[in-house]
Write a protein that binds this ligand. Structure first.
Ligand code: GUN
Ligand code: ZN
Length: 473
């Protein structure tokens, strides 16, 4: 294996040669493949193809028989699958600490596990360590872009921005807004929260690959005054770097829905609470939406807001079965999400595998095409980031994950028997996980070793090559 020295460090451009060609089985989507098993015209698959990256952006995808000239450094990933880095549109950084906690439905789970864990992030050092742990873990699971919940503490959002910037990730986050129905040590107030948000927005929104998300946790933990303040922030910064994002939860659990109806007796529905405070925009991502009705879905579609479908979390917390077809029929964008720590894996392939089962229970079938599109280009579209990430069109940022087609004998046997590309990808989507990650590139720079070191996944692992990945040129 040659030349780790030729591999750039995480946050540096290619000093010696800005041109890099990755060779492997390249897969990305040209458009929404729909729900048919036959979607050949929506997908580009180039076995042993060439992904040409220049100055951290995709230059072109070439077929195997059209290799680049010698001005391009080459890394050989033949026998591996090269895809755009996955996008997670709803995940909680501090909840890595409570993933896989036993025996509770949503409201109980928040009180017993989540709030106590989030309280620890008042300490800036805990926030910094947590941000390091979380963002490195995301990358190790093949996710290069995410819309992330911090905690109520300003310092926790600050830490995520700082680490995300250093790593060069596409990261959207914000401090949680929460001024009632929560423990004292997690409660903010309208004025302080507004000041914190403004500081964070002015410093980080639109800085490099970072953006700010106004983050009312859910309607139960924000007063009407705080929700109104959140709506004012969205308006005030609507022209800044494409506008702020908004993330929250909606209609996840039936007990929660009943509680919201008590807290907001004048609202037609749970969603209406957000709508009436000006919180539904094209950059709004609402998690779950299991218990919405037709009028809610029409309203989301009209606003261009999206739903984060979190099947692992919905199953684990016993929240219910999200009906993707219903949302799609109403014209609402849906992006699959891990929702860790309600969800039990950061790996978006595990999200899809759970999503398949949730939909199967309702007579729907998630193809590998639609699933893999939805966690790449589809999610980018929902976040208004399609010009930048989620696919390999020329000019997009080269966030690339190299995957092993099979890890272990069971996956290998299934791959050996698969006849069509869809069969192969569906088996991969269903069986693979983060152990299949061979390498991660952010902006064309390789940052990840194939295997996570036992002491955690540190940026120091940059420069190690996997079992393939020979560098020349
Ligand atoms: N609703 C309000 N807060 C949360 C949270 O942290 N996780 C989930 N799944 N739902 C929520
Ligand atoms: Zn959540």
């Amino acid at each position: 294996m040659s030349s780790p020295a030729a591999t750039p460090r995480p946050n540096q451009p290619h000093a010696s040669n800005p041109r890099l060609a990755l060779c492997g089985d390249i897969l990305h989507f040209l458009r929404d493949p729909g729900w048919s098993e036959d979607a050949a015209d929506a997908v580009q698959f180039e076995p042993d193809g060439w992904l040409l990256i220049e100055h951290g952006r995709v230059h072109a995808v070439h077929p195997a028989d059209d290799p680049p000239d010698t001005s391009w450094a080459r890394q050989d990933w033949r026998g591996h699958l090269l895809m755009p880095g996955f996008i997670d549109p709803h995940v909680h950084a501090p909840q890595l600490d409570v993933i896989a906690s036993f025996g509770a439905a949503l409201l109980d789970w928040l009180e017993r596990y989540t709030f106590p864990a989030e309280a620890r992030y008042a300490d800036p050092e805990q926030s910094r360590l947590g941000a390091e742990r979380f963002l490195h873990a995301l990358l190790a699971h093949g996710t290069t872009s995410a819309l992330v919940y911090a905690t109520v503490h300003k310092t926790s959002a600050e830490a995520l921005f700082e680490v995300g910037q250093r790593l060069g990730m596409r990261l959207i986050t914000g401090k949680v807004l929460m001024d009632r129905n929560c423990p004292d040590d997690l409660r903010d107030d309208v004025e302080q929260a507004e000041r914190d948000c403004v500081d964070l927005i002015e410093r980080w929104h639109g800085a490099g690959r970072l953006a700010y998300a106004v983050t009312p946790r859910f309607a139960a933990t924000s007063s009407p005054q705080q929700l109104a303040m959140a709506g004012r922030l969205l308006q005030r910064y609507a022209q800044n770097a494409g506008g702020l994002y908004m993330q929250t939860h909606v209609a996840e659990n039936r007990e929660e829905v009943r509680w919201i109806a008590e807290l907001f007796p004048d609202s037609r529905s749970y969603l209406d609470v957000y709508a009436s405070h000006g919180l539904l925009t094209r950059r709004s991502m609402l998690a779950h939406g299991i218990w919405l009705d037709d009028a809610d879905r029409a309203r989301l579609a009209q606003a261009g807001s999206s739903i984060a479908f979190a099947p692992s979390s919905n199953l684990f917390l016993g929240s219910g079965l999200f009906n993707w077809a219903q949302a799609e029929d109403a014209g609402v964008g849906v992006a699959p999400a891990s929702d860790v720590g309600g969800g039990t894996s950061l790996c978006q392939l595990r999200t899809l595998a759970d999503g398949y089962k949730v939909l199967a229970l309702q007579g729907q079938r998630l193809t590998a095409w639609q699933g893999l599109y939805a966690i790449t280009r589809g999610a980018a579209r929902s976040l208004e980031l399609e010009p930048e990430i989620g696919h390999f069109a020329p000019g997009t940022v080269a966030d690339v994950v190299v995957w092993r087609w099979a890890e272990g004998a069971v996956q290998q046997r299934r791959q050996d028997l698969a006849r069509s590309l869809h069969e192969r990808l569906f088996a991969w989507m269903t069986l693979a996980d983060e152990r299949n990650v061979a390498a991660v590139y952010l902006r064309g720079c390789k940052i990840a070793a194939a295997q996570q070191p036992a002491d955690g996944w540190s940026g120091d692992s940059a420069g190690h090559l996997g079992p393939s990945g020979t560098t020349t040129g």
